[in-house]
Design a protein around this ligand. Structure first.
Ligand code: AMP
Ligand code: MG
Length: 413
């Protein structure tokens, strides 16, 4: 039997970020930049006004006071977007709005609050030092400065900077296209009528959503029976369209373990037992699309096993393909609020709910149903406790490592 870490290492081996694709800014939030870009412009691009007011020569206003205003003729008006056509000469002013270019001759802007008057004449009631309320060309960033580097996360702020710097597109590692296929003759789409022995296919929905939540793109989600020829054809068809294929079901020791039967002979997918609970039987490898290798995960069919396997093995691969580092699942330390039994020799991934303890520590209440078919208790959990192979009995108060199922906590008091 393989350890969890050995299997994770096998899953990650050879996985690299997908080649960069130039992509419009509207589609890149949360993705990782795959190129270096420099600003095409100075920021600000020209000296401009920080206030609504009057562009002036500061020396004209040295004597301006509240009770002893200085009157100036207003010779022009400049709104944001206008290009100056006149110069501020000594003893004149140009009315100016925020963001409008400071006209030649002017060396300061008097805010409208320090004036009265209007469009023809203005009385300025306060002196202003040279340079005041002028945003200087290039004071934020000079043209040619780096605005994004490979590996940077494209946050909303970084996207704003790219746009300000003149870039409408950026090269990113694209979202991996993922196919999710449930296998099992018993499966029916939710919403249909159930015949005796049938159940609703929940795995494909759970995994498709998990792919999206991990940053991937579910390019196909579907369900198929247990007929080997059909499954073989479907896997070939899907591999040609995507960057990653996930199946559920048909990988254990049953008579109709179709995924195993179809792919065992391929030589590119191995079927192994991993020392974990749930999730022991795992298929892992690549499907061939001509010369192209398409990573493949054959997850077990039990819904909790499939969900846990995704978090532990598939999510890190999706993150790696996106160029996210660390690609591995991160853990937090939590304090058990109830005891827990665990099998010897395996990592148990027990589901639990987080809660804030009076001590200020983060607590974890294991859900009641730890069997791999308890989908309601799975849905109630936000933590996956990582109980090590040598721990068979943990008492309340024990400290345990836990994976955040959604990458964040949903702490209840
Ligand atoms: P298998 O790994 O195919 O033997 O399936 C193990 C268990 O998981 C069986 O009880 C299946 O009915 C159940 N199961 C398999 N696939 C799904 C699915 N897509 N949705 C819900 N339950 C499933
Ligand atoms: Mg099955």
């Amino acid at each position: 039997m393989r350890t969890v870490l050995e299997h994770l290492a096998a899953a990650m081996a050879g996985r690299t970020p997908l080649p960069g694709v130039r992509t419009p800014l509207d589609e890149v939030v949360g993705l990782i930049a795959a190129e270096r870009l420099v600003s095409l412009v100075d920021l600000p691009g020209f000296d401009n006004s920080a206030m609504d007011g009057y562009a002036v020569q500061a020396a004209d206003l040295a004597g301006a006071r509240r009770k002893r205003g200085v009157r100036l003729p207003v010779i022009a008006h400049l709104a944001a977007g206008d290009a100056p056509t006149q110069e501020v000469r000594p003893g004149t002013a140009i009315q100016i709005m925020t963001g409008a270019p400071v006209p030649p001759g002017a060396d300061a802007v008097v805010p409208v609050e320090d004036t009265y008057g209007g469009a023809q004449m203005v009385t300025v009631t306060a002196a202003v030092p040279a340079g005041r309320h002028v945003r200087r060309r290039g004071e934020d960033l000079a043209a040619g400065s780096v605005v994004v580097s490979p590996g940077d996360v494209l946050t909303p702020r970084r996207i704003g900077l790219l746009a300000a710097a003149g870039h409408g597109e950026v090269m990113v590692h694209p979202r991996p296209r993922v196919a999710v296929l449930s296998t099992g003759a018993e499966l029916v789409p939710p919403g249909d009528d159930l015949a005796p022995g049938q159940i609703y296919d929940s795995n494909s929905h759970l995994l498709a959503a998990a792919v999206t939540a991990a940053g991937g793109r579910t390019a196909y989600r579907g369900r198929i029976g247990d007929d080997p020829a059909t499954v073989r054809a479907e896997l070939t068809r899907l591999a040609a369209q995507v960057d990653l294929v996930i199946t559920t079901g048909g990988v254990s020791m049953g008579v109709h373990d179709v995924v195993k039967d179809v792919l065992r002979e391929s030589g590119t997918v191995e079927f192994v037992q991993v020392a974990m609970q749930p999730g022991k039987p795992q298929g892992l490898g690549v499907l061939m699309d001509g010369d192209r290798q398409v990573p493949f995960f054959g997850l077990p069919g039990n819904p909790v096993s499939a969900a846990v396997s995704f978090v532990v093995f598939v999510r890190p691969v999706v993150r790696r393909m996106l160029g996210l580092e660390p690609a591995d699942t991160t853990t937090v330390t939590v304090e058990l609020t109830a005891g827990l039994r665990s099998p010897a020799g395996k990592v148990q991934f027990a589901r639990a709910q987080s809660r804030m303890l009076p001590s200020g520590r983060l607590g974890a209440q294991p859900v009641a149903g730890q069997g791999s078919h308890f989908v309601a208790d799975l849905a109630a959990a936000d933590l996956l406790l990582v109980v090590p192979p040598d721990a068979t009995e943990l008492s309340a108060g024990s400290l345990v490592e836990a994976v955040l199922l959604d990458g964040e906590l949903a702490v209840t008091q």
